[in-house]
Ligand binder design. Sequence first.
Ligand SMILES: C[S@@+](CC[C@H](N)C(=O)[O-])C[C@H]1O[C@@H](n2cnc3c(N)ncnc32)[C@H](O)[C@@H]1O
Length: 93
Amino acid sequence: MGGITESPVEDYLYSILPARDPVLTEIEAEAAKRDIPIVGPVVGRVLYQLAQLGGAKTVFEMGSAIGYSTIWWARAVGEDGKVIYTDSDAKNA
Ligand SMILES: C[S@@+](CC[C@H](N)C(=O)[O-])C[C@H]1O[C@@H](n2cnc3c(N)ncnc32)[C@H](O)[C@@H]1O
């Protein structure tokens, strides 16, 4: 086990994930290639659901890296919502 969850739990969660669109899968591949830690599709979906359940319309994200989690937040708050994102690394910003 390398992560927070047991491998069988992680495998199960990944096996039931709906397909992601090309934007997300491209960023996932880019993050893997550049060794950038991102939340990934399971946690991304949890963030999305938390924002939706709470009816969030504004999100402040500290540490957006290359914008993967930011996209999940943006989709959750919708067209009339707002996501303020930031990263201390100029390369990411
Ligand atoms: C784990 S990565 C973020 C991944 C991103 N949230 C995602 O899942 O797509 C953490 C990021 O936080 C940034 N960071 C670290 N300290 C920070 C700070 N004080 N303010 C803003 N960003 C910071 C780092 O540059 C790094 O890109």
